[in-house]
Design a protein around this ligand. Structure first.
Ligand code: NAD
Length: 480
């Protein structure tokens, strides 16, 4: 590693956590300790927020939009130059197969390119008003923005959240997850190298209950962006309410893919399976429910079973289909769900863990479960592991009711050749993104993303995020 792993990055410098405490970072592929990281807490967060505020009053706050754009674009170029190093780091830290980790590093570069190019393209409006007035709006940064990210896609989530916030001229304090934070640390060092002024981006690693809670409660933070679980999201929203600051919540999901009798099954198959097992199912937008219409049910289930049985699970560096889960705790949660398979529900296929997978890695063979009642916990709760449930339906109305029948509403996929049905379902499904005859659209840095219901609120990604990370000021001048 070319940076200090056991430090915070504040005001452009690597510094020890004030209390001098550290945490150990585990490699989920074999259970070994990768390195130590800083255990920041309330005083470190306070120092980082003060550094961010100072940056807003200093070089960063005075910088033109075009200059900000150049720096963000340079950050993207430097990320691309280090793509292999970053991919190795993420694979080791998160346990994701190298190819997936590399795709995440490329996506981080894409976010910086996209938001770098967008900095000078967000404009205000002039508003026709009463005689004698000139009225216009300006989009201003919120000020200091707090970013709390999870361990499952650190690079992608930092890119979409910090990238958009910096583009609008905010100064950021980032609290990465205690389970995986190496690429967050690498990224700030890249930002420094690209010429980002001191204090514009600060990182305080540490525990959620310490550094995370301190960031959400800090009275001088003007906006919070949280990606993580519903439980913690509730706490973050309460903390934001206390200080009356806006908050973006990107939470979990139980996203369906609905396959109708007229669908192209061969085209659908890889999306159905990959969207469930990518990143070992630890993806907010994982497609964990597959709804199959009665006419193709037997055929499509057999196709999915064959694909599942070919899935290989092993260490990140082996670059197989599926890596380990992030932790022993996550493995216990997933196996706990698997022990709830009961009644008509049956595990109809499993992938296999390679024989030389290290004994201390957190491996779970992917499981496909059929015959699940739509109301059962397996079909309602986010499992966050390589587990998909299959539900049979007869009619379009029934499919919509099942698809909308959870607390979540993040993503949905519809597979049908019937154009009118595509349009009806795209309207009827309650979710932030709907994909027709595909799922995920290859990630799509440009595409607004976010939830409905308990999947959260606010949008990140695309141009839409720039509105979320800024605030409108209306100026009304009376000149007679
Ligand atoms: P988590 O909520 O436990 O942790 C997420 C982050 O919050 C971590 O950085 C953690 O340290 C911090 N945190 C924990 N307690 C905190 C507190 N009291 N105050 C402030 N911060 C605190 O989630 P997780 O288990 O790391 O991630 C998995 C969850 O994230 C899943 O539910 C998944 O669906 C969701 N997720 C959502 C998206 C999305 O874009 N919608 C993307 C990725 C993950």
């Amino acid at each position: 590693m070319w940076f200090d792993t056991d430090k915070c990055f504040i005001a452009g410098e690597w510094v020890d956590a004030i209390a001098g405490q550290v945490l150990e970072l585990e490699n989920p592929s074999d259970g070994s300790v990768i390195c130590k990281i800083a255990r920041g807490e309330v005083t470190d967060i306070d120092r980082a927020v003060k550094a961010a505020r100072a940056a807003l009053h200093g070089d960063w706050g005075k910088m033109s939009a075009v200059e900000r754009g150049r720096i963000l674009t340079k950050m993207g170029i430097l990320v691309l130059e280090r793509v292999d190093e970053l991919a190795k780091m993420e694979a080791q830290d998160v346990g994701k197969p190298l190819t997936q980790a590399r795709a995440d590093a490329v996506a981080l570069a894409r976010y910086m390119e996209f938001y770098g190019g967008a900095c000078d393209k967000v404009h205000g409006e002039t508003i026709p008003y009463l005689d004698g007035y000139t009225v216009y709006t300006m989009r201003e940064p919120h000020g200091v923005t707090g970013h709390i990210v999870p361990w499952n896609y650190p690079m992608q989530i930092i890119g979409r959240s910090v990238g958009a916030a910096l583009a609008m001229g905010n100064a950021c304090v980032l609290k990465p997850a205690e389970e995986a934070c190496l690429t967050a640390l690498a990224f700030v060092d890249i930002a420094r190298e690209a010429g980002l002024p001191a204090g514009a981006l600060n990182v305080v690693p540490g525990l959620g209950s310490e550094a995370g809670a301190a960031l959400t409660a800090h009275p001088d933070v003007n906006h919070l962006s949280f990606t993580g679980s519903v439980g913690v999201g509730t706490l973050v929203q309460a903390a934001a309410a206390n200080n009356i600051v806006p908050v973006t919540l990107e939470l979990g999901g139980k996203s369906p893919q609905i396959v109708f009798d007229d669908a192209d099954l061969d085209a659908a198959l890889p999306f159905l399976v990959n969207a469930g097992v990518q990143n070992a199912g630890q993806t907010c937008s994982a497609s964990s429910r597959i709804l199959m219409q009665a006419g193709i049910y037997d055929k499509l289930l057999a196709m999915m079973v064959a694909k599942y049985e070919a899935l290989k699970v092993g260490p990140a560096e082996a670059d197989l289909n599926v890596g380990p889960l992030i932790s022993g705790r996550q493995k216990d949660i997933v196996t706990g769900f698997l022990s709830q398979v009961e009644g008509n529900a049956k595990v109809v296929a499993r992938g296999s863990i390679v024989s030389d997978a290290p004994a201390n890695g957190h491996y779970v063979a992917p499981a496909l479960i059929a015959g699940v009642e739509a109301s059962h916990a397996l079909a309602q709760d986010e499992i966050f592991g390589p587990v998909q449930v299959v539900i049979r339906f007869e009619t379009e109305e029934e499919a919509i009711a099942i698809a909308n029948g959870t607390d979540y509403g993040l993503v949905a996929g519809i597979w049908t050749r019937d154009g009118a049905r595509q349009m009806r379902l795209a309207k009827a499904i309650r979710s932030g993104q709907v994909f027709i005859n595909n799922y995920g659209a290859g990630g799509g840095v440009e595409l607004p993303f976010g939830g409905m219901g308990k999947s959260g609120h606010g949008r990140e990604k695309g141009f839409e995020a720039l509105y979320g990370f800024s605030v409108v000021k209306t100026v009304a001048a009376f000149h007679g």
